[in-house]
Design a protein around this ligand. Sequence first.
Ligand SMILES: [Zn+2]
Length: 138
Amino acid sequence: MNFARAVAATGRSHGDMETTALRVLDRGGRVDFDVQHVDRTPRTVHAAQLSVTGTALEFVPQGSCESGTVLVPLSALTSVQTDHGVLSLEFRTKGELHHLRLQNPAHKATPAAENADTDTLGSLRNIIARITAKPSAK
Ligand SMILES: [Zn+2]
């Protein structure tokens, strides 16, 4: 299930789609988000996909990327916050602190998709906050 495309297809609000996404995750499914990744050196932005499951986040860049594909167990996440249109995911693996900086997707196929995409990061943050806040609760 691609979140942004699903929102665009239904024309429903992000709140409705967040509920739907959480239901999918609760049933062991995964939700895919089109995003843009911010590389630090050189400072460039490129397309990527962030997939969310009930236990992990998977970051898959398109094209060259300083991070490469990253699988982040939810238990490794230490911080999730948005600032000036950038979603910063901070996580710790093998004792080292890492960051993923994501922006809303740039490519908008249709006006409906454009509207749907404007708050992809906000929905992503809300969904991650929800699934990390209740790791085992049903
Ligand atoms: Zn990158």
